[in-house]
Write a protein that binds this ligand. Structure first.
Ligand code: HEC
Length: 358
């Protein structure tokens, strides 16, 4: 009996240690269970080795036993193959082909198409901006198609494809869906927090050259969890369409963490914050606040009030934009404020507060 206890005890210790270590290494749950399955299998083999010999079977019974054993092991293999995640080379090959197709199109294009491509990218970002505004007016997103070299997809659709091709979903979720691991932040409200340029800069940043980290993810950021390989792998077209796609994710119900900028950003941003209340002084939650700087080339920002009626809008402003007018609007109310800051002061947070009573 004690002969049978040993494999069970060792298997148990292995299982506990593997579970803890794989958890610490951020393995997804399905992998952790797979490890448990392997350990159980190994334990089973050692149990069989330690088990007392079966009585010798005579011809007829021996054949039946053999066939039964064969059916049983085949069943285990087939069920395992159907349940466990599989690596499918054709799926991976397809992904690689899609990535390469766009690269080839760029290489084979004559010189002046490069300029055209750049123009298409600029257009795609502008189109996306417009789309955001149209969506705001209509309450739904309307697809705008802009032809880009070698693709019949709209920039946003292409961006979604890029998101999947580079497997961002391995760590990120959109509206709580699509991801298998919980290593990175939820993306569902990214469009309300960042500009396309900031998204691209984040993707290109490295541990040695950081840009910002997502609030609450300081530890993960310090560990360098977000891969640095995109810097080498992604083309400009991929970066700009990916950013265009991520900018369409504007659902304030999804808890995307705010960016915490690590350097310089105080020079480029201005935060407007405050409360939206009704005439009785009660907070108005889920209310859109739009902030539009009057400076040329700057991006409009929008924010949504939380349950306390509080909002915070981050506006992209440069040092040279000191004193710029910012137009705020909530429902049909409009207010203006001047972005007063000292361009030489690089430590004081640039911000102003504006409250609304609806
Ligand atoms: C291996 C895991 C991993 C993968 C894969 C990954 N990320 Fe991340 N990402 C993270 C982690 C962790 C953070 C939070 C820490 C930080 O900000 O550095 C993060 C943060 C971000 C942020 C900032 C979010 C915010 O709320 O401020 C953006 C944007 C982002 N990732 C985009 C991407 C895109 C686009 C891809 C695919 C090309 C991608 N990530 C792939 C782990 C990953």
């Amino acid at each position: 009996m004690s002969k049978l206890m040993w494999p069970v005890a060792i298997g148990g210790v292995c299982a506990v240690v593997t579970w803890i270590v794989s958890g610490m290494l951020h393995f997804p749950l399905i992998f952790q269970w797979m490890f448990m399955f392997y350990i159980a299998l190994g334990t089973g083999v050692f149990l069989l080795l330690a088990a007392p010999e079966l009585p010798l079977l005579r011809t007829g019974k021996a054949i039946v036993g053999l066939v039964a054993f064969y059916l049983f092991t085949s069943g285990v293999f087939l069920a395992g193959g159907a349940i466990l995640p599989q690596f499918d080379p054709t799926v991976e090959q397809e992904k690689i082909n899609k990535i390469l197709k766009h690269r080839r199109a760029q290489f084979e294009a004559p010189d002046n198409t490069e300029q055209l491509l750049k123009k298409a990218q600029v257009l795609s970002v502008q189109a996306n901006d417009l789309m955001g505004r149209v969506a705001k007016l209509q309450g739904t997103a309307a697809p705008i198609l802009v032809a880009s070299a070698g693709a019949t997809l709209s920039p946003v659709e292409r961006g979604k494809e890029v998101y999947n091709l580079y497997e961002c979903y391995n760590c990120h979720k959109i509206g709580g869906e699509g991801g298998t691991k919980k290593r990175g932040p939820e993306m569902g409200n990214l469009g309300n927090l960042l500009t396309p340029k900031q998204i691209i800069k984040k993707i290109l940043s490295t541990k040695a050259d950081p840009y910002f980290y997502a609030e609450g993810f300081e530890k993960e950021h310090k560990k360098g969890l977000m891969p640095e390989k995109y810097r080498e792998l992604m083309t400009e077209e991929e970066l700009s369409t990916l950013a265009a796609y991520l900018m369409t994710l504007k659902n304030p119900a999804h808890k995307t963490p705010k960016p915490i900028f690590l350097k310089d950003e105080v020079e480029h941003g201005f935060t407007v914050y405050g409360y939206v209340r009704d005439v009785n002084g009660q907070p108005v939650p889920n209310m859109k606040v739009a902030a539009r700087p009057s400076t040329a080339g700057s991006h409009a920002a929008s924010a949504t009030t939380n349950k306390d009626g509080y909002y915070e809008a981050f506006i992209h402003l440069h040092n040279t934009d000191a004193g710029a007018l910012i137009r705020l609007s909530v429902r049909n109310q409009k207010k203006e404020l001047r972005a007063d800051f000292d361009p030489l002061d690089k430590t004081t947070k640039r911000q102003a507060t504006v409250d609304f009573t609806l």
